[in-house]
Design a binder for this molecule. Structure first.
Ligand code: COA
Ligand code: NAP
Length: 260
C-alpha cells in the first residue's frame, strides 16, 4: 500500500456509509490507515461488526451502526450518536447502493423504486443527516457511478438514480460552500472482485470484455478509488467543490461498454 501513505488524517473523524464491503470498505481502510477515527454503517450487523474490527486503529475503536439508508430517522440517529461520542465529522463518504442488471421491461415499478430509494433517497438522507454533524471545514463525498453520465442497457434504474446523486452533489456544493463544506462525487470505474462488478460481469468472458473497454486495459482496485477520496478530503483538495471525479482508467471518457 504505497499510494495512501502520503496522506495524514490523524485527529480527524471519518464516517463511511455503506463502508462494510467492496469499494467503500477499501475507502474506509485507507482513511483508517491514514490515522482517522472511523465510523461505519450498513444494513447487516455481522458486516458492520467485521468492519469495526478492521477499521479500529490507534485513534480508537471504530464505531459501527446497522441501518438502512432508506430510513432518514435511523441514518440521523446514527450520525448524531457518532458525533456525540467521537466529535464532529470531518469527512463523510456516502456509498450505499443497490444494483441488478435487467432490461427495463423486466423491472417492476417496485424494482425501480428500490434502487431510487437506496441510491438517490439514501444519498439525500445521508447528506441531510450529516449536515448538522459536520465539522467546518468539512468534506462530503458521494460515491457515484459511470451510469450517472452515460446511458447503459439494463441499467435504467441505476442511471436515473446516480445521475440524481451527482445533481445532489452539485446543488449541495453551491448551497453549503459558504458554510465551509465541500461536496464532491467520485465515480469508480470497473473495480475487480466487487459485488457491483460481479453482478454486471459474472463470467470470465464478460470480465475480459470490460477490461478491453477500459483505456488503461485493467480493472481498478478499491485503493484506486480510495486515493481519489483521500485527495478530495485532504488539504490538497481544499478548493475543489461540486466536482464529479472519475477514478476509472478513462472508462467514462472512452465510452463505457458493458458486456451485456
Ligand atoms: N431483476 C428484476 N427485478 C429485480 C431483480 C432483478 N435481478 N432483483 C430484484 N428485483 C426487484 C424485485 O423483484 C422487487 O420488485 P417486486 O416487489 O415488484 O417483485 C424489487 O426489486 C425489490 O426487491 P427486494 O429483494 O425486496 O429488494 P431489497 O430492498 O431487499 O434489495 C436490491 C435491494 C434489489 C437492490 C438488492 O439487490 C440489494 O440489496 N443490493 C445491495 C448490494 C448491491 O447491489 N451491491 C452492488 C452495488 S453497485
Ligand atoms: P457492495 O460491496 O455491495 O457495497 C455496498 C455497500 O452498501 C455494502 O456495505 C452494503 O452493506 C451497503 N448497503 C447496500 N444497501 C444498503 C442500504 N439500503 N442501506 C445501508 N447500506 C446499504 O458494492 P460495491 O460494488 O463495492 O459498490 C460500492 C459503491 O461503488 C456503490 O455506490 C456503487 O454504486 C459504486 N460503484 C461500484 C462499481 C464497481 O465496479 N463495483 C463501479 C462504479 C460505482 P449491507 O449489505 O450490509 O447493507
Amino acid at each position: 500500500m504505497t499510494g495512501t501513505a502520503s496522506f495524514d488524517f490523524t485527529g480527524k473523524n471519518v464516517f463511511v456509509v455503506g463502508g462494510t464491503s467492496g469499494i467503500n470498505l477499501g475507502i474506509a481502510e485507507a482513511f483508517s490507515r491514514a490515522g482517522a477515527r472511523m465510523g461505519v454503517a450498513s444494513r447487516k450487523q455481522d458486516k458492520v461488526d467485521a468492519a469495526v474490527e478492521k477499521l479500529s486503529n490507534d485513534a480508537g475503536k471504530a464505531l459501527g451502526y446497522a441501518f438502512d439508508v432508506r430510513s432518514f430517522e435511523d441514518v440521523s440517529a446514527a450520525l448524531n450518536d457518532f458525533a456525540e461520542k467521537a466529535g464532529k465529522i470531518d469527512v463523510l463518504i456516502s456509498g450505499a447502493a443497490g444494483n441488478f442488471p435487467a432490461p427495463a421491461v423486466a423491472i417492476s415499478p417496485n424494482g425501480f423504486k428500490s434502487v431510487i430509494d437506496i441510491d438517490l433517497m439514501g444519498t439525500f438522507h445521508v447528506m441531510r443527516a450529516a449536515h448538522p454533524n459536520m465539522a467546518r471545514p468539512g468534506s462530503l463525498i458521494n460515491i457515484s457511478a459511470p451510469q450517472a453520465v452515460q446511458a447503459m442497457p439494463f441499467q435504467v434504474h441505476v442511471c436515473a438514480a446516480k445521475a440524481g446523486v451527482d445533481m445532489i452533489t452539485k446543488c449541495l456544493a453551491i448551497e453549503w460552500g459558504p458554510d465551509n463544506l465541500r461536496v464532491n462525487s467520485v465515480i469508480p470505474g470497473p473495480i475487480d472482485g466487487t459485488e457491483g462488478m460481479d453482478r454486471l460481469a459474472p463470467t470470465e468472458k464478460m470480465r475480459e470484455k470490460v477490461i478491453q473497454s477500459v483505456p488503461m486495459k485493467r480493472m481498478g482496485d478499491p485503493e484506486d478509488v480510495a486515493l481519489a477520496c483521500l485527495y478530495l478530503a485532504s488539504d490538497a483538495g481544499r478548493y475543489v467543490n461540486g466536482q464529479i471525479l472519475a477514478a476509472d482508467g478513462g472508462w467514462v471518457a472512452g465510452g463505457v461498454q458493458l458486456p451485456m
